[in-house]
Design a protein around this ligand. Sequence first.
Ligand code: HEC
Length: 310
Amino acid sequence: MNMSPAQRRNLLVIAPCFVVIAIMCGLVAYSPTLYRLFCAATGLAGTTQRVAADTARISRQTVTVAFDTNVAPGLPWRFEPAQPPVTVHLGEQKLVYFTAQNLSDESIVGHATYNVTPLRSGIYFNKIQCFCFSNERLGPHEKVNMPVVFYVDPAFGKDADMHDVAQITLGYTFFRAADPLNAKDLSRFLAANPPDPVEGKALFAEQCTACHALDTNKFGPKLGGVFGRRAGAASGYAYSAALKKSGLIWTGDNLDRWLAGPQKFIPGVKMPIRVLDPITRRNIIAYLQQESGQSAAPPKTATAARPSGS
Ligand code: HEC
């Protein structure tokens, strides 16, 4: 290409402009992804990998997860992990509890933020269930155990940057809520309280709707009316042979055993997730029962084996 010196000068000015424009377009196009990566790494905005289902393969490799709790000044609560650090296989779902107690004579609303350290391991830390970011109310002197279900992504084991990470710490800090409106009652975590279909609906949205809806078949069969229905009976859904010939009726007890471990309950079925916390199962079942047009009576297994809340 033959260019005059003037043209060459123009090109020298224009070319970097195009590069800058291209970079800016790239940033705009990828900003949601970049934002997500940033938030995932830093745990900002609640995005630290909260997932609907644990479909990851379980690896032989293990990592230790420790727990750290803090209470901000001005909140008269005691807040502690209910267990020492746990060693988990990568990909293995783990249920842990945190205990919160209101030390005062008044009802108080708090809310928790969390972080995962080292920060760079945050992208591999997946929470299936947690109590973060919502306003939570504790009655006077009330004490509850709050479940958290998580797993560490098996990709953690393949990332060279993680080789020096021997322990991941999940930290929570409870603050007094500046705006105590719309608080949920932490008493929903008390085993002694009746099953709560409203909480069950929220849990269903969080943990089941990736694969199920009430009125259409998705990856899993439709679940409207499932309570009291024969197993493997949703029309138009291709069930596993194992579930189809199980001959089960979906009573509260059977649903509880199913959710606690489908593959253990009926070997050969193809639902890949479990619900580890008994009270979570109880509430989801109450919701399914309600959606099946039946009044919610506690399933027999409702006497949940959770570290006692009082
Ligand atoms: C990752 C996908 C996935 C998730 C998440 C999931 N399921 Fe399933 N579920 C399935 C599949 C697939 C089946 C069919 C199993 C078979 O045919 O062996 C199934 C079957 C069922 C059945 C039996 C229904 C029938 O008609 O017999 C129930 C009940 C059920 N799931 C409840 C739940 C609940 C409650 C949750 C949320 C806690 C949940 N599932 C989450 C995939 C999923």
